[in-house]
Design a protein around this ligand. Sequence first.
Ligand code: YSA
Length: 337
Amino acid sequence: MTNTESILSEIDELKQIALSDLDKLHADDDQLENWRISYLGRNGKLSSLMKILATIPNDDKRLVGPKINDLKDQLNKTFVDHKNNINKIEDKSGYFDNSLPGLNLSSGNYHPTTLIIREICQAFGSMGFEILEGKEIETEKYNFDLLNIPSDHPARDQWDTIWLNASTEGEKHLLRTHTSPMQARIMENKNPPIRVVVPGKCYRYEATDATHEWEFHQIEGLAVDKDISFSELKGTLFEMARKIFGSDQKVRFRCDFFPFVEPGVDMSILWDGKWIEILGAGMVHPKVLSGVGYDPSEVSGFAFGIGPERVSMLKNKIKDIRNFHINDLRFLSQFVR
Ligand code: YSA
């Protein structure tokens, strides 16, 4: 084989190996660049062929020279095409592979407190109660005075209060310790018959434990009309417990003291062999009725304050009320509407 023939066969061989090597590269930028340097670089394999060109006779150069140039053009073009193709496959923004499985989008869910508040309000809604909301910043007058708890009354100690610095026209402000101030606000603005429930947040200046939070919710209930009796209070709360916990649920009423009711009770649920208190209630005290301008000889009423987190704890076997506030998705994602 002459020198020229051997160069021609080297050109063919180089072409085959270069293209086959390039074809094996699918992603790695470094490997692509190595390929380019190895074949097309200044000291690459194509340059070596060019150097041999100088050693062959001029007539043969006319035959071999264009062949080397053609190979150079072909390798350059194939390299650029191949690289573009790889970039297109890797480009997530512009390239859409409709054979890939879909992404799972995580959908949000209601907070367990929202879920139980809605469930309890719905239970009362089906018994004809309206739903209202009140404000979390209250005055001493509505949180205590109009509820028959004067400033020197020891019963105030029952509600450990977070007082605010702000006061307007001598009125002291606080974060409401219960939803009961809404009783007076509603009665001042409405005439009987009244049937409302008021869900909302309350705050108490107290240490937390498994059943007590310093920030928690209550659902206040109020019914005022002519001839409202204690048996209607009992019947309404029994029905609520039946709707929330089922008809077999055992419920206990005991006497309790709240200055704004007479008589007063609390209601407990039998759970795992223990009675757990979920609400305070009673017949609206005549002093509260007259304080808002009603005539206690004309109308009577009952009221109650439920702790929805406690209800949810019983229903969902939650051991610690603090779970409601620590924002742990392992806890929160268990509550599906
Ligand atoms: C009583 C008579 C009425 O005519 C109207 C309302 C009331 C309830 C009264 N306002 C009150 O706040 N009573 S209470 O202090 O016993 O709280 C009522 C319910 O709120 C409790 O049974 C409990 O379920 C919940 N609760 C109270 N303190 C809590 C709490 N839940 C979580 N953390 C706390 N620190």
